[in-house]
Design a binder for this molecule. Structure first.
Ligand SMILES: [Zn+2]
Length: 293
């Protein structure tokens, strides 16, 4: 790994949505050399190379960002998928706790931690050295997701460490958890959306304040260019690729029809944009200044 993680880059981004304050934090990134097949297992390498060229991306190199969201409402501070924490596999990730301090929020102020799903980049920071990182927070997770990883249903070999981490990190916190179903109201203005497929009980979220809307797509889309170019392409990290495609079509259509901003955990920082419907598919339009004007 190069030392490029020392480069100065934007790491925190804030904007208001109605009366809510939204903060995106760059927990970090991985650099990979396998844009194909990582982003689309059932596409050909030349197909992905073509998409990369269209977006001026250095195929087959890839930067995969990790972007947790915090939402401050009138009476709650909700941390969605608060990153790797101390369990980060290298220095280019695990920045969340350091950057949270910079925002002016403290871990003790967090009232709810919402877990979209049980993969390591989304759960690892729930504890630090064996104690809860967010001491006063209720943890919200889909019941389906919790039952899947805490049980012994069959998983591919590469998900063994995922289950092990889930059982180490999340299961001991079960008495702090609120288990929810899709469409549950999490706090006023924030509703869970069924996004099953990326994992067994994966959730996305709809946020609304004073009529202003936002969708958090979690891992429904994994790469800003590839995932939206062809909704039939399968992401290598999807646990149930067929179900993930059905979900992606439904939620991408919903996001495009709303004219509302979208955040998704692995979009390039600051991970805020719009999904535009084009004649051939969909397109990610990164937000510029419209959120802060
Ligand atoms: Zn992820």
């Amino acid at each position: 790994m190069s030392n490029s993680y020392r480069n100065v880059r934007p790491e925190i981004y804030q904007f208001n949505l109605g009366k809510f304050r939204i903060t995106n934090i760059l927990d970090g990134y991985f650099h990979r050399e396998d844009m194909h097949p990582f982003t689309a297992t059932n596409a050909s390498a030349p197909e992905i190379e073509k998409i990369a060229k269209q977006h001026f991306l250095p195929f087959p190199k890839l930067e995969h960002n990790f972007v947790p969201t915090l939402i401050e409402t009138s009476n709650a501070l909700i941390a969605f998928d608060p990153g790797f924490g101390k369990r980060a596999p290298g220095p280019s990730a695990g920045w969340y706790n350091r950057l949270l301090e910079k925002t002016g929020y403290s871990p003790e102020q967090v009232t709810h931690v919402v877990i979209s799903h049980g993969h390591p980049d989304h759960i690892a920071n729930l504890t630090t050295d064996g104690t809860p990182t967010f001491k006063n927070a209720e943890i919200i997770i889909s019941r389906t997701e919790f039952e899947f990883w805490s049980g012994d249903s069959p998983i591919p070999d590469f998900r063994g460490p995922t289950r092990k981490m889930f059982q180490e990190v999340v299961v001991p916190l079960a008495d702090r958890c609120r288990f929810v179903e899709p469409d549950a109201l999490l706090v006023n203005g924030i509703t869970a959306l069924n996004a099953f497929g990326h994992s067994a009980g994966h959730m996305a979220f709809h946020v609304e304040s004073e009529g202003a809307e936002l969708m958090l797509l979690s891992d429904t889309i994994a790469h800003f260019a590839v995932s939206l170019a062809n909704l039939e392409w399968q992401f290598s990290m999807d646990d149930n690729p067929e179900m993930a495609i059905t979900t992606r079509k439904r939620l991408v259509e919903m996001a495009a029809s709303k004219n509302a901003p979208v955040i998704a955990f692995h979009m390039p920082f600051p991970s805020v944009g719009y999904i535009e419907k084009t004649s051939s598919g969909f397109k990610w339009l990164p937000a510029t200044y419209q959120m802060n004007i």
